[in-house]
Design a protein around this ligand. Structure first.
Ligand code: CA
Length: 221
């Protein structure tokens, strides 16, 4: 197939990291701490993806963000930093244990006042934001949480965004399983359906990046 995304060897990925990645000393320590989590902290946002999200946030001049799925707060760290002074990220997660890992690093980086951590099911927090009149007031949303709930999160987040606001959905390739029609189990079926829905959804402009585990970008029209 023409125009396919290349499958680069690790040495090329290392080259890309070596020639572009910029980590603050605090972020380095945060990543080190995350790597000591079970399974090597693999649920955290990879550094190159974090830097891309940061670039995107700065490019659209975002000041108010929502993050769904905090885990150890690496993504939160990137987002809060990118928002700049006066920025605010509503960070949604249910785990006090995991989010607590991130807190000292947010503080050391001087970002604590930009992070509004809500320990509750994300759909509850999103409904509260709407009830509090915060509809149409957010610039950016990063969704990296329980995959089965992605359609629900999309439905709740879209009204909270301003026109031009961007949603980044992570893990939309499900390790490539979405492209194998013989796989019908969850969450693959749900994510496959959402990819189709986004493709057709006239409420948003879209771009599906086959980087990491698939990052689907949707910009509210
Ligand atoms: Ca992820």
């Amino acid at each position: 197939m023409k125009h396919k995304t290349r499958n680069y060897p690790d040495s090329v990925h290392e080259y890309v990291r070596d020639t572009s990645l910029r980590l603050t000393p605090v972020m380095k320590k945060h990543l080190e701490r995350n790597s000591k989590m079970p399974h090597g902290g693999g649920m955290a946002t990879p550094p190159l993806q974090g830097q891309f999200l940061s670039f995107l946030i700065k490019s659209i001049g975002a000041k108010r963000a929502i993050e769904i799925g905090v885990f150890t707060g690496i993504g939160t760290h990137w987002i809060a930093d990118a928002l700049g002074p006066g920025g605010k990220v509503v960070a949604c997660d249910v785990s006090e244990e995991f989010t607590s890992v991130g807190k000292p690093f947010w503080e050391k980086e001087g970002l604590a006042d930009r992070i509004d951590l809500r320990l509750a099911p994300a759909d509850k927090t999103l409904k509260e934001l709407a009830e509090n009149g915060e509809t149409g007031s957010f610039d950016f949303c990063y969704i990296d949480a329980d995959k089965g709930s992605y359609p629900k999160y999309y439905k709740l987040v879209l009204p909270l965004l301003k026109t031009g606001g961007v949603i980044a959905f992570d893990n939309m390739l499900q390790g490539g399983r979405v492209a194998d029609p013989s796989i019908e189990d969850e969450p693959v079926a749900t994510i496959r359906k959402l990819n189709k829905k986004l493709h057709k959804d006239k409420q948003v402009d879209v771009s599906f990046l086959p980087v990491g585990d698939g990052l689907y970008l949707a910009r509210k029209r």
